[in-house]
Design a protein around this ligand. Structure first.
Ligand SMILES: C[S@@+](CC[C@H](N)C(=O)[O-])C[C@H]1O[C@@H](n2cnc3c(N)ncnc32)[C@H](O)[C@@H]1O
Length: 444
């Protein structure tokens, strides 16, 4: 990707007059990208957070409401682009709020994600040197997408929220996603138009599995589809060779048509995905997480616990390496899927709420290594137990740098040594960052 040439002459701009209570536009220089993906600029009005900017951009902005230690600001014009600004690859970039960083060179995005992680760790007293380079997947890899649908009079819109508004942008292309999903958009729009039970709209969650697309429809209101609509969904699944369609009400997915199991293979083992179950957003990102976890487990480690295991995307590769794995997960459907896939061979499963009932020190001490991969809230209760355990190796996989930093602090205060933290970028062009952290308990 080529960086945009630096403008030698800033374009002439007129500072607009102050309008009823709105701040006067001011110039500012963006120095870095913050944790939410907005550019951070120092100005004579203090710190400004400016969406849509890149490091080194000289910009004209209108300061807005207070935010944290500074103010949010609206980008009015890029007066002089910074060296890392590139032409956004997606034609919807101007309006679509789905990707906030695609105007920034990929190398700079990777560096930004590393800094976001290092800053979160620094808040808990960790050194930035502990954070390695970012491992990134490219565009065209997202195998799970949640697109919104709005039925507005005679028009049906399918896409993502507009930047800084609740309006939807009608999407025809989406370079971050797998093309097999994007090619369904026109047909999905027609399907949505034909489903009156959707009311004003809802969400379509699309998952590209090994046996075809798995579609979960989540209407805005709790209304069941009628018989005609069910027939149309069955026809749709047949016409487009979908694996399955389900309709979710009150967080419970009802199967409308199941032509095949929606199968994903983890560690070579086919697993029939339960409707709506967690799945890593890309195969490439999952492969990076698996590689990092595998590499962190010592050769001689036999008994491994995989906590917050989902359907076994980490457990099953470890089983393939010859480990004996206990997979613990709070939802019963993924536990059942993993159990059915393995028949209990080398993987023991347990359905347990790890926030309320974490594995105790006594339970933990029989393991040679423990992996935990919690949701955004992190795993504080489990980390507290681990901190008192004798487990020689602990690996934390996380989708939230700040809860990761909190959990790592608990472990390090309990005597663990933090060996390394690897940032993983599988949410291309967003500020979202994941990480794998490796800790060891020093032997006395
Ligand atoms: C980030 S996902 C990781 C899943 C799996 N490791 C993977 O990579 O596919 C987090 C998992 O934690 C489960 N979970 C959420 N809260 C939980 C809790 N309190 N106790 C146990 N599991 C929980 C979710 O159902 C989900 O499967």
């Amino acid at each position: 990707m080529s960086r945009r040439p630096r403008l030698t002459q800033p374009r002439h701009t007129h500072h607009r007059r102050q309008q009823s209570g709105r701040a006067e536009p001011i110039e500012a220089l963006v120095s870095e990208i913050g944790a939410r993906g907005d550019g951070i600029a120092q100005s004579d009005q203090g710190l400004l957070f400016v969406p849509g900017t890149a490091p080194g951009d000289r910009v004209l902005v209108r300061p807005g409401p207070r935010r944290g230690e500074g103010r949010a600001a609206e980008l009015l014009e890029v007066l002089e682009p910074g060296p890392d600004r590139v032409d956004p690859p997606c034609p919807h970039a101007k309006s679509c709020g789905g990707c906030s960083l695609q105007h920034i060179h990929p190398d700079t995005i990777a560096g930004t994600k590393r800094s976001i992680l290092a800053d979160a760790l620094a808040h808990r007293g960790f050194d930035a040197d502990i954070v390695t380079e970012t491992r990134s997947v490219g565009p065209g890899t997202r195998r799970r997408l949640r697109v919104a649908v709005r039925r507005l009079g005679g028009r049906t819109v399918l896409g993502f929220n507009e930047r800084a508004s609740g309006n939807l942008v009608d999407i025809s292309v989406c370079p971050i996603a797998r093309p097999e999903l994007v090619s369904l958009f026109p047909a999905l729009r027609k399907l949505a138009a034909s489903l009156n039970s959707l009311g004003k709209g809802g969400d379509f969650q699309l998952t590209l599995t090994e046996t075809g697309v798995d579609l979960l429809i989540v209407p805005m209101r709790d209304v069941d589809p009628d018989l005609g609509e069910r027939r149309r969904m069955v026809d749709f699944a047949e016409d487009h060779d979908l694996a399955r369609i389900a309709w979710e009400i009150d967080a419970i997915p009802e199967p409308i048509v199941a032509r095949r199991d929606a199968v994903m293979r983890f560690g070579g083992v086919p697993v029939a995905l339960p409707m709506g179950a967690f799945l890593q957003p890309s195969a490439e990102g999952e492969a990076i997480l698996v590689e990092l976890v595998r590499a962190a487990i010592p050769g001689g480690a036999d008994a491994v616990a995989d906590l917050y295991s989902g359907c076994g995307s980490l457990s099953l590769p470890l089983v393939a390496d010859g480990r004996n794995v206990l997979a613990v997960e709070g939802e019963s459907a993924p536990v059942g899927a993993l159990r059915a896939a393995t028949g209990g061979m080398r993987v023991q499963t347990e359905c347990r709420d790890l926030a309320r009932a974490p594995l105790t020190v006594r339970e933990l001490d029989r393991f040679d290594a423990v992996v935990f991969d919690p949701p955004r809230a992190g795993a504080a209760a489990q980390a507290e137990e681990l901190a008192h355990s004798k487990v020689p190796r602990v690996i934390a996989v996380s989708c939230n740098p700040s809860t990761l930093a909190r959990d790592l602090r608990l472990l390090v205060d309990g005597g663990y040594v933090l060996d390394r933290v690897v940032p993983v970028d599988q949410f291309t062009w967003s500020a979202h960052v994941e990480a794998v952290a490796v800790l060891s308990r020093p032997t006395e």
